[in-house]
Ligand binder design. Structure first.
Ligand code: TEU
Ligand code: CA
Length: 543
């Protein structure tokens, strides 16, 4: 089935680091409006806006205290409405990031819930008695050693899969579900085009809350019995009544589980993010990456739609983590883009990726904001480990690597703010910035623009069958996409060295036409059967 969202390219706006218009050091919705023409220029169809609801902002908006309001830092409802209208005016769509697994501990629902055991909202969250005067079980949370926090008011523990300030809602409670559905309709009725649903597979908890054998592997937090009933109910009550796109953030899934969430016959969600790469492949591993791609392609083929991304606001920028952010930064950024936009699935562009922004190494833990990193730092140092060593270990994957402000130009604070930015600007903004990218015809920016335009003109990039023709090669990734008699061959040399690659005979290359390449002089004529690819060289041929 063909639909608009399968053909979309999504651009993720982490607004607090995008563009600040009032000098308070935080990007804001007014700033997103101011830069919409820039986003449009790239050619993307959909904007995913990170959470901007009322929030104490303990986890950068993922701790919502009022689902119906916009937080002051971001702006107000009138500005948000103007943003939506301006996005639509430019022929783009807007999807909102929604957090349904937990709220802020400052949400009135939680304030009521914690006030007494017989409060009508007590059951809206997950409360348990102590076990042997300790935590109810041994589960670990994402950000802390236990999912349980003791509350002396009522002498019970509440559950939080993330920070202490993010209590988990009790989805078993019918009133909770109805309150959430009503709130979702509120946003949909304003005319938004869909949701990115935060850790949506965590809603259902293991029945009985038993101890687990290995608490460190927290996959027991997700994909539990009951989850598909909730999503089908949500679909029936809310989602199916609107022409929207939904993408679930779904950690700990294999394709077999994934298809249960996004299968076209399932009536749950449209697409998902799985984390076999971002969470489980710390550094580049070509063999493993190919294996993951093939397995997910086979698993979803003809049944559901995947997403392609290598970074977002939680994961270190791709060119630093998975590519080369030094000598071959530009080539590498273009190669990774080629890959993400030609593999099967909806491509995501995380703000700044389109100019090849890199990760950071700030000198001290004080320079970092990421609560995942800071909590982990504290936990490890309290165990007696050397603080310097802990810091060195954590900075590589700190979420702040991708949260530094967008580098607009060579001015003060990279043109992001006239004040003091909430997080330091990456010092390399003199070299890497939007102004320079827009001025250089060979920039990473224009390469993205070309890739995105190609997608509009060539359905093979969206609907084409996929085949890896490079199995076993540790550096070169070569694959074909085929749709209605059209075959594209993608060649990627993900290496700091040259690689010799022999295209298998089954791919006929006699009439090969170069479609796009990241080296200027890639010639049309040279023989494709036996090819020397330069460092981080990427080519797309129609064969
Ligand atoms: O992220 C969930 C999360 O913990 C990710 O960092 C992880 O990489 C993967 O998604 C799941 O294994 C979401 C948000 O993106 C993040 O910013 C929030 O802090 C978190 O949920 C809690 O709401
Ligand atoms: Ca601001």
């Amino acid at each position: 089935m063909k639909t608009w969202w399968k053909e979309a390219v999504v651009y993720q706006v982490y607004w607090r680091s995008f563009y600040d218009t009032n000098g308070d050091g935080f990007g804001d919705l007014e700033g997103v409006i101011a830069k919409l023409d820039y986003i449009k220029k790239l050619g993307v169809d959909v904007i995913w806006l990170n959470p901007c609801y009322e929030s104490p902002d303990f986890d950068n908006g993922y701790d919502i205290s009022d689902y119906y309001q916009i937080m002051d830092k971001a702006g107000n409802m009138a500005t948000w409405e103007r943003l939506l209208a301006e996005v639509h005016k430019r022929g783009m769509k807007l999807i909102m990031d929604l957090v349904l697994n937990h709220t802020s501990d400052q949400h009135p629902w939680f304030l009521e819930s914690r006030s007494s055991k017989d409060n009508p909202k007590r059951d809206w969250y997950i409360w348990k008695d102590p076990k042997d005067a300790k935590e109810p079980n041994n589960w670990r949370s994402y950000f802390t050693p236990s999912v349980w926090e003791y509350d002396s008011t009522t002498e019970q523990y509440y559950m939080h899969s993330f920070a202490i300030q993010q209590p988990d809602l009790n989805w078993e409670n019918e009133e909770v579900r109805q309150a959430i559905y009503q709130m979702m309709r509120f946003w949909l009725d304003k005319g938004i085009d869909g949701f990115r649903l935060d850790v949506i597979n965590l809603l259902a908890k293991v029945k009985g809350f038993p101890d687990v054998e290995n608490p460190q592997n927290i996959n027991y937090l997700g994909n539990n019995p009951g989850i598909h009933e909730y999503l089908r109910e949500m679909n029936r009550e809310v989602l199916q009544h609107y022409d929207i796109m939904t993408v679930g953030e779904i950690p700990f899934v294999t394709p077999e589980d994934g298809v249960l969430y996004v299968g076209e016959d399932r009536n749950e969600l449209h697409t998902l993010f799985h984390f076999e790469v971002a969470d489980d492949m710390p550094t580049w591993d070509m063999t493993r990456f190919k294996e993951i791609q093939t397995r997910w392609y086979e698993g979803l083929k003809g049944r559901g739609t995947n997403s392609q991304f290598l970074n977002n606001h939680d994961h270190t920028r791709q060119v630093t983590r998975y590519g080369n952010d030094g000598k071959y930064r530009v080539e590498s950024a273009k190669l990774l883009a080629t890959m993400i936009h030609t593999l099967p699935g909806i491509p995501y562009v995380y703000q700044g990726e389109e100019i090849g922004m890199t990760g950071v190494r700030f000198p001290s833990i004080e320079d970092y904001n990421d609560i995942a990193m800071k909590n982990k730092y504290k936990e490890e140092v309290e165990k007696g480990r050397d603080p310097e060593e802990v810091f060195e270990d954590l900075l590589v994957l700190s979420r702040d690597n991708s949260r530094t402000p967008i580098q607009w130009n060579t001015g003060e604070q990279a043109g992001f703010t006239t004040g003091t930015p909430w997080i330091k600007v990456n010092p390399n903004y003199q070299e890497i910035n939007v102004e320079a990218a827009l001025a250089g015809p060979d920039s990473v920016f224009y390469y993205y623009q070309k890739l995105i335009r190609l997608r509009k003109e060539n359905p093979v990039m969206i609907y084409g069958n996929y085949q890896d023709v490079s199995a076993g090669d540790e550096h070169v990734y070569a694959y074909t996409r085929t749709d209605q008699g059209v075959t594209w061959l993608v060649l990627l040399n993900h290496s700091d060295n040259e690689s010799l690659f022999m295209i298998p005979e089954e791919v006929s290359t006699e009439n090969a036409q170069l479609v796009l390449a990241n080296y200027q002089d890639s010639s049309q004529q040279e023989s494709l059967q036996k090819l020397t690819l330069r460092p981080h060289e990427a080519r797309i041929y129609q064969v």
